[in-house]
Design a binder for this molecule. Structure first.
Ligand code: P6P
Length: 283
């Protein structure tokens, strides 16, 4: 596992420098979710594929930018599901973006996620790593190296509310739930990049990030294997919760296709309990 995390550090430096010299144009292709691919998306994906190709413990790769599973080594143990540059369209307005990695052993489902990591490309490059036995660990590039900064722990109740999805397509009880949090004094913190948005809530003590089922996206927008499940481990290990619109832990999801999505709610305990009440979920 150590070799995988060291490889992610190398990837972080390489993608960061690609971002800084980026050609912000679109490639003439689409990803598996039918989204236009920025040249930077494709470039980031190639960087990650090349780096992991030489890591013996990696059996296969699943990328947001590719259709199926890319087999790397028959003797490998882990499958890495990743989003090479989530929120990449935010680069051309100079906002933070990120890479997300889920490390699975066996079938690709929530229970088989054994560790996850994400990189934030912002004013500083930061990396967060978690496994099932630890709190998320925050590292920051100081000089030319990643330095350990702290473990991450969320408070029981936060102050931030990152409410995703097109509001006109929210159902009534979701709109009431979100409005009630703002009435309680929560502050809106939503950039449209899930990595910095979820990172901010974890580091600032807690709150709620939601990307619900909407009339235009009844299964939500965020992908299970390389976005939702990896962050679910982060939030649970930081002392928070991560559930779908039925109150099911996101770490229990079993996608039927590598690009399946799920409505998702990540937050401190208070906010997730408020969600359960608002959505009439069983206790
Ligand atoms: P919306 C970026 O495209 C992304 O996949 C996530 O990073 C982000 O949370 C979400 O989409 C934003 O979607 O519909 O709110 O613009």
């Amino acid at each position: 596992m150590k070799e995988i995390f060291e490889t992610i550090k190398e990837v972080a430096f390489e993608i960061d420098s690609a971002i800084k010299r980026a050609d912000l144009g679109y490639s003439d292709s689409e990803n598996s979710s039918g989204e236009e691919q920025l040249k930077l998306d494709v470039q980031s994906d190639i960087i990650i594929e090349k780096r992991f190709a030489s890591v013996k413990s990696v059996k296969a790769l699943v990328s947001e930018e590719k259709e199926g599973v890319l087999e790397l080594s028959s003797i490998g143990k882990y499958t890495i599901c990743y989003d090479p540059l989530d929120g990449s369209s935010l680069v051309d307005v100079n906002l933070s973006v990120g890479s997300i990695f889920g490390i699975y052993e066996g079938e690709l489902n929530g229970e088989n996620l054994i560790a996850s990591a994400y990189v934030v490309y912002g004013p500083r490059i930061e990396l967060v790593i978690v496994d099932r036995a630890s709190k998320p660990k925050l590292y920051r590039v100081v000089g030319s190296e990643f330095k350990y900064i702290s473990d991450i722990k969320m408070d029981e109740k936060g102050k931030l509310n990152a409410s995703g999805g097109t509001q006109q397509n929210w159902c009534d009880y979701h709109k009431t739930f979100i409005d009630d949090l703002f009435q309680e004094g929560y502050r809106l913190r939503y950039s449209g990049g899930m990595v910095p948005d979820l990172h901010q809530i974890m580091l600032k003590g807690g709150g709620l990030f939601s990307y619900p089922a909407t009339s235009d996206r009844p299964n939500g927008k965020l992908r299970q294997l390389f976005e939702v499940i990896p962050f679910a481990l982060m939030y649970e290990q930081a002392g928070g919760q991560a559930v779908n619109h039925k109150g099911v832990r996101l770490l229990k999801l079993i996608p039927s296709h590598p690009h399946d999505t799920s409505p998702c709610f990540f937050g401190s305990n208070y906010e997730i309990e408020a969600l359960r009440k608002a959505y009439g979920m069983r206790e």
